[in-house]
Design a protein around this ligand. Structure first.
Ligand code: COA
Length: 352
């Protein structure tokens, strides 16, 4: 049986460290509030006009390609997960291809729009392509340049203090040992609460999903003012919105559920997990999940304290760091899990 494995991994975070105290300069917040509610002490912000989700992703990709011991031209498919793309379209996949200088081979590039669970969705897609024999070296990147699109006023403090910039990347290949590699991936979604963690505008919705008034859509405007309205500018309705408590409640239920689902399908138990890498949504969520599953501290990797929530990048950054620290060893059972906007959630089990 062919399995796919992570043959190379790398990550990159921008140099600029933004401590909670710096955010106090832009909005009414406090280091104490942020640490108590989220566990975050600092995050990284990229350099405006010089770094983007694509360029951060490219740095991580170069590290992953080197770690896999391949040449960049051997990459035969790109998957890019982000919620802070350089452009509305085209996606970051083709921009990354250009940034890496691998346009000559004209390989395919796919963009994944699954926010916090984007990396797990990407991993699952890559896994199927490798198992089917369609591709040999898939480059999967999760990267975010959140700092370009957050509201750094008191109005946006519930969201903006949580997010940070960064990127992680892996190279997926077929495993020579059929006991090792990705054992399973589980993917789920429920669109009931789509708008409860979302960046609504601009978009083609035209108020269809409700709240025409809120966004300032006029029935009699045939062309102009239906994608970006004056009201969106006036009320700053183009920043991300999050119903934090609803996200929290769903996350602490769905994380354990999807982890147990993956373990059960492989005949494994929580005690078999050597390292759980949860999407770094919020330290309180990770601690809740750890407690629910009865895991020890050394079995769970958290680094949100240093980087904040880097959405699609958080799992590959944490996995890459864990590997560097020596906490991912040959034969270990690694569990990845994520929950976020959509809502979408998922898990992956890897025998390293
Ligand atoms: N600094 C200071 N005060 C803040 C603040 C900030 N950065 N953000 C919000 N507040 C205030 C609110 O205005 C509110 O004030 P009020 O009581 O006077 O109205 C108060 O703090 C409580 O706000 P609330 O939103 O109820 O806080 P909370 O306890 O739910 O914590 C989160 C907010 C976001 C930390 C919490 O809901 C959470 O962790 N949710 C999960 C979100 C998540 O993980 N998202 C990642 C995407 S996967």
């Amino acid at each position: 049986m062919i399995r796919s494995r992570i043959a190379g991994i790398g990550h990159f975070v921008p140099e600029r460290v933004v401590k909670n105290a710096e955010l106090e300069m832009y909005m009414e917040t406090s280091d104490e509030w942020i640490q108590e509610r989220t566990g975050i002490k600092e995050r990284r912000f990229g350099e405006r006009h010089k770094q983007t989700s694509t360029t951060l992703g490219a740095k991580a990709a170069i590290a992953a390609i080197a770690d896999a011991g391949i040449e960049k031209d051997e990459v035969d498919f790109i998957i890019f997960a982000t919620l802070s793309p350089d452009y509305y379209f085209p996606g970051c996949g083709v921009l990354l291809q250009r940034e890496l200088g691998i346009t000559k081979t004209e390989i395919g590039a796919l963009d994944i729009r699954n926010q916090c669970s984007g990396f797990i969705y990407g991993l699952s897609v890559a896994d199927q392509f490798i198992k089917s024999g369609m591709y040999k070296n898939i480059l999967l990147v999760g990267a975010e340049m959140h700092s370009m699109g957050l509201d750094f006023t008191t109005r946006g403090r519930g969201v903006s203090v949580i997010f940070g910039d960064g990127a992680g990347a892996v190279i997926l290949q077929a495993s020579k040992d059929d006991e090792k590699g990705i054992l399973t991936t589980k993917l789920h979604s429920n669109g009931t609460h789509a708008e409860e963690l979302a960046l609504i505008n601009p978009g083609s919705h035209g108020g269809y999903h409700g709240e025409k008034e809120k966004y300032g859509f006029k029935e009699d405007s045939p062309f102009g003012g239906v994608f970006v309205t004056e009201k969106m500018y006036e009320d700053a309705l183009f920043y991300p919105y999050m119903n934090g408590q609803l996200v929290f409640k769903n996350a602490v239920r769905k994380f354990p559920e999807v982890i147990v689902e993956a373990l059960t399908s492989e005949g494994l138990r929580t005690t078999d997990i050597d390292l759980l890498i949860p999407h770094q949504a919020n330290l309180r969520i990770s601690q809740f999940v750890q407690k629910t599953l009865g895991l020890e501290d050394h079995q769970v990797k958290n680094n949100i304290q240093k980087y904040g929530n880097t959405t699609a990048a958080s799992i590959p950054i944490a996995l890459s760091e864990a590997k560097e620290e020596g906490s991912v060893k040959d034969g270990d059972l690694i569990c990845l899990a994520a929950f976020g906007s959509g809502f979408t959630w998922g898990s992956a089990l890897i025998r390293w």
